[in-house]
Design a protein around this ligand. Structure first.
Ligand SMILES: [Fe+2]
Length: 201
């Protein structure tokens, strides 16, 4: 079905990634706009964290796009994480992804992906990496964010780029974390792996 809330979200994500300044981000934004008005969406079961996500999206300091995510919740396909099955049990329990654009997803593209990410409050998504280049944008809440050697608190509006194979890990704060992400470059899923991490466990 068509969904106006999803159209507003896709347009805002296109605008957001249009500001990233990388050719792959511009291509992703163009594909997102190509999905506007599409008959691509289906009603989805509410995720267990839905109420927490809506509350966080409406909290002071959230990026305006977070409210658009909350509005589109009835059709967001949570549980469509391309790395499912390769994450540690702890990481899989702490996080959820909704893939909106990719090889098998509502907006089709073989070599680019884009989705949303939720991390439960006070959880740790341990160190991992993958071949794909990745750019996250924090929409609501925040996390102590490790990207390579760079470790610091990241909050709404921050855009974080992980070049291919850069190790990254996120410790969500007491509110949890809502973010958008995109993949480009070598987007194979077999390369996704959890790395040795003394902070895990
Ligand atoms: Fe990643």
């Amino acid at each position: 079905m068509r969904d106006q809330a999803m159209d507003r979200l896709l347009a805002a994500l296109a605008d957001l990634y249009g500001t990233e300044g990388r050719a792959e981000a511009i291509r992703t934004a163009t594909l997102l706009r190509g999905g506007l008005g599409g008959d691509l969406w289906a009603a989805q079961p509410a995720p267990g964290f839905g109420a927490a996500l809506v509350a966080l999206a409406g909290a002071e300091g959230a990026h305006p796009l977070a409210a658009l995510v909350a509005a589109a919740l009835p059709v967001l396909p949570w549980g469509t994480n391309p790395a499912d099955g390769r994450m540690s049990a702890d990481a899989a329990k702490a996080t959820a992804s909704a893939t909106l654009l990719g090889p098998t997803d509502p907006i089709r593209c073989d070599n680019l992906l884009l989705g949303l990410f939720w991390q439960r409050p006070d959880t740790y998504y341990a160190l991992h990496n993958h071949d794909a280049d990745e750019t996250y944008v924090i929409l609501a809440g925040g996390a102590e964010w490790q990207a390579g050697e760079d470790k610091r608190w990241r909050g709404p509006g921050e855009m974080i780029h992980h070049p291919s194979l850069m190790p990254h890990a996120f410790r969500a704060g007491p509110q949890g974390l809502l973010a958008a992400w995109r993949w480009s470059g070598d987007v194979n899923f077999q390369s996704y792996k959890m790395l040795p991490d003394p902070e895990a466990g």
